[in-house]
Design a protein around this ligand. Structure first.
Ligand code: ASP
Ligand code: MG
Length: 403
C-alpha cells in the first residue's frame, strides 16, 4: 500500500463538475489499494475575487485579517471535494491548515511552514478516509490563520508529503507536463518524461509557470520526487526526480518577457557605487535580475546595466535617476521592449561550448544579444522582445530538443 499525496490546482477544481471529476479520480486511486491525501487550491479565481472584495473597503488592511480572508477560498474547495467524495459513497474528511497541524511562522501573507504535526492526518488515514487538506494556509504560534504566499498550495502539498514520508507527491494541473519550452510559443515543443529538481527549479524561477519555485525547492531539500500531470486528461505527465544519472546537456528553454532593462552609463569607477545603486533598489524591495558592468579603461568610468520586472520599471528608473543625480557625466537609458531567454540543463556542467552554441543560434538569426548571465546549469540572454519567438525556435532547433 502506497501513501500518495495529490495536489489539485485552482483550475482543476474550478467548477462543481470538475470537483466531481476529481472525486472520481481520487476514489479510483484509493481503490487501487493506496492511502490518499489530497491538497487543494481555491476554486478558479476565488483568491483574486476575495482580494477584490477587500479592496472595496481598503487597499491596505491588517495582515491578520487579510490572511483570515484570503485563506477561505481553500476551505470552500476542500469541503466541496470531501462532500463530492462522500456523495460517491467513499469515506472522506476535509481538514483546514490548522486541523491538519500545519504550523507556520508568525508573520502573515508570505510565511514559511515550520512544521507539520501529522498525527491527525495519520489518524484519519488509519480509519480509511481520503483526507482532503486546504493548501496555502496554516496556523502560527498565536493560533492565528496564516497564508504562505500566492500560488502556495504546491508548497503545502510538498511539505505535507514530506512530513508524511509519502511515496509520491502528484501535482495535478491544467497542462499535461513540463515541456522543453512553452508550447504556446513553439507548437513542436516536446513534453519531458523526466526533469531534475535543479533544472525544474531554474525553469520555474525563469518563468515556466507550471510549478511554484518554492515547492520545487522544498521537494529538492526533502528529496521528494514529484509527478506533474493533467488533472482531467490521461497521460504520463513529467516526473521531477533527483538529478543522479541525468546527462541531457540542455533540457529546456525558459523565457520571460515581463522584464525591462535600465542602463546607467558613465558612472564613476570608484568603490561603493554598485552597493549604493543596488542597495537603494533593494531597500524598495525591487528584485534586480541580470547585472552587467563594463569598464572604459581610459576615462575611469563604468557602464552598469540591469534588468527588473516590468512592474518595477518606473520605480527603478526614478530611484536610479535620484541616486545618480550628482554624477555629472552619468546618463540613464531604459528599455521595456526586452525579453530574457534561457537554456537550462544539468549536463552543461561537464559539456564545454554550450553557451557558444546558444550564441551561434542567435547570431545565425541576426538576433543581437544585449546582456548575458550564466550559472552552472543555465545561460540567459537578454534580447529584443520582438525576436523572442524566433529565438526560441532557433535555439530549440540548434539543441535538437524536439528529438
Ligand atoms: N489560492 C492561492 C492563490 O491563488 C494559492 C494557490 O492557488 O496555490 O494564490
Ligand atoms: Mg492558484
Amino acid at each position: 500500500m502506497a501513501l500518495i499525496v495529490q495536489k489539485y490546482g485552482g483550475t482543476s477544481v474550478g467548477s462543481i463538475e470538475k470537483i466531481k471529476n476529481v472525486a472520481k479520480k481520487v476514489i479510483a486511486t484509493k481503490n487501487q489499494g493506496n492511502q490518499l491525501v489530497v491538497v487543494v487550491s481555491a476554486m478558479g479565481n476565488t483568491t483574486d475575487d476575495l482580494i477584490a472584495l477587500k479592496n472595496q473597503i481598503a487597499e491596505e488592511v491588517s495582515p491578520r485579517e487579510y490572511d483570515t480572508l484570503i485563506s477561505t477560498g481553500e476551505n470552500i474547495s476542500a469541503a466541496l471535494l470531501a462532500i463530492a467524495i462522500q456523495d460517491q459513497k467513499e469515506n472522506s474528511i476535509s481538514l483546514t491548515g490548522w486541523q491538519a497541524g500545519v504550523l507556520t511562522e508568525d508573520i502573515h501573507m508570505k510565511c514559511k511552514i515550520l512544521d507539520v504535526d501529522s498525527s491527525r492526518i495519520k489518524a484519519e488515514l488509519a480509519q480509511g478516509k481520503i483526507v482532503v487538506i486546504t493548501g496555502f494556509q496554516g496556523i502560527n504560534s498565536k493560533g492565528d490563520i496564516t497564508t504562505i504566499g500566492r500560488g502556495g498550495s504546491d508548497t503545502s502539498a510538498v511539505v505535507i508529503a514530506a512530513a508524511l514520508n509519502a511515496d509520491v507527491c502528484e501535482i495535478y494541473t491544467d497542462v499535461d507536463g513540463i515541456y522543453t519550452t512553452d508550447p504556446r510559443k513553439l507548437p513542436h515543443a516536446k513534453k519531458l518524461e523526466t526533469i531534475s529538481h535543479e533544472e525544474m527549479l531554474e525553469m520555474a524561477s525563469l518563468g515556466a509557470g507550471v510549478m511554484h519555485p518554492r515547492a520545487v525547492e522544498t521537494a529538492k531539500v526533502n528529496k521528494m520526487n514529484l509527478h506533474v500531470k493533467h488533472s482531467h486528461k490521461e497521460g504520463t505527465g513529467t516526473q521531477i526526480i533527483m538529478s543522479g544519472e541525468k546527462t541531457q546537456v540542455v533540457s529546456g528553454i525558459a523565457t520571460d518577457d515581463n522584464i525591462a532593462k535600465i542602463g546607467v552609463m558613465h558612472v564613476p569607477d570608484i568603490p561603493g557605487v554598485a552597493a549604493k545603486l543596488f542597495g537603494s533598489l533593494a531597500a524598495e524591495k525591487i528584485n534586480v535580475d541580470v547585472i552587467v558592468q563594463s569598464i572604459h579603461e581610459i576615462k575611469k568610468l563604468n557602464d552598469i546595466s540591469f534588468t527588473v520586472s516590468k512592474d518595477d520599471y518606473k520605480k527603478s528608473l526614478k530611484i536610479t535617476k535620484a541616486i545618480t543625480s550628482d554624477w555629472k557625466e552619468t546618463q540613464i537609458v531604459g528599455d521595456t521592449k526586452v525579453a530574457k531567454i534561457s537554456i537550462v540543463g544539468i549536463g552543461m556542467i561537464s559539456a564545454p561550448g554550450v553557451a557558444a552554441k546558444m550564441f551561434h543560434a542567435l547570431g545565425k538569426e541576426k538576433i543581437n544579444i544585449q546582456m548575458i548571465s550564466t550559472s552552472e546549469i543555465k545561460v540567459s540572454c537578454i534580447i529584443a522582445e520582438d525576436h523572442l519567438v524566433k529565438a526560441i525556435r532557433a535555439i530549440h532547433d540548434e539543441f535538437e530538443l524536439h528529438k
